[in-house]
Design a protein around this ligand. Structure first.
Ligand code: ADP
Length: 190
């Protein structure tokens, strides 16, 4: 069983590249952001709790997303591999994932980080706000807080994986097809 992680700041293109990877490699794409937005749209208790945190550009509690990921793994008996997008986003989540996979006699296959700088993040998310209708894309202060949260809580997760030799960085600032070509080059060599 393969477990790929797409890593990187908000707006780096994880969702876009994940959709292409899912298609090409028949992976089950799990986006914790999409799962949370579904909970919000459905008005569940979990969604109600997550809404204000997400709309302020903060993370939802670790146990919430860890629970969601565990559920998806437990309910999927057929996929040949998973592609995690937006998880793990904290050191605690990375530690929890290691344990979940160990319990399944498995481990993370590869972590690929899409790198873009902070100004490009803000520029891209503002552009996305004109097309999609995400509350957390709507104003610059929220976007800046997401970038800050990324640097403080999520970026340190890189160190968790660097020592394993499974961590790779690619330039996410090119166009979609060029980034995908580089991404496939890494996966095809695994
Ligand atoms: P982006 O990558 O553009 O920030 P996502 O759709 O991945 O968008 O996430 C949107 C929001 O959902 C995040 O800002 C955060 O509030 C919440 N979220 C998503 N994944 C996680 C996670 N693994 N841990 C905590 N919060 C999360």
């Amino acid at each position: 069983m393969k477990y790929f992680i797409l890593f990187g700041p908000p707006g780096a293109g994880k969702g876009t590249q994940a959709a292409k990877m899912r298609e090409k490699y028949s992976l089950h794409h799990i986006s914790t952001g999409d799962l949370l937005r579904k909970e919000i749209a459905a008005g569940t208790e979990l969604g109600k709790k997550a809404k204000s945190l997400i709309e302020a550009g903060n993370l939802v509690p670790d146990e919430v997303v860890i629970g969601m990921i565990t559920n998806v793994f437990d309910n999927d008996k057929t996929s040949k591999g998973f592609l995690l997008d937006g998880f793990p986003r904290t050191e605690e989540q990375a530690v929890a994932l290691d344990k979940i996979l160990k319990d399944r006699n498995s481990e993370v296959t590869s972590v690929i980080s899409l790198m873009i700088d902070d100004d490009e993040v803000v520029r891209r998310i503002k552009k996305r706000a004109e097309i999609e209708n995400r509350a957390d894309d709507a104003d610059e202060a929220t976007i800046r807080n997401r970038v800050k949260t990324y640097h403080e809580k999520t970026e340190p997760v890189i160190n968790h994986y660097k020592s394993t030799g499974k961590y790779k960085e690619i330039d996410g600032s090119g166009d979609i097809e060029d980034v995908f070509t580089v991404l496939c080059g890494i996966i095809d060599k695994l």
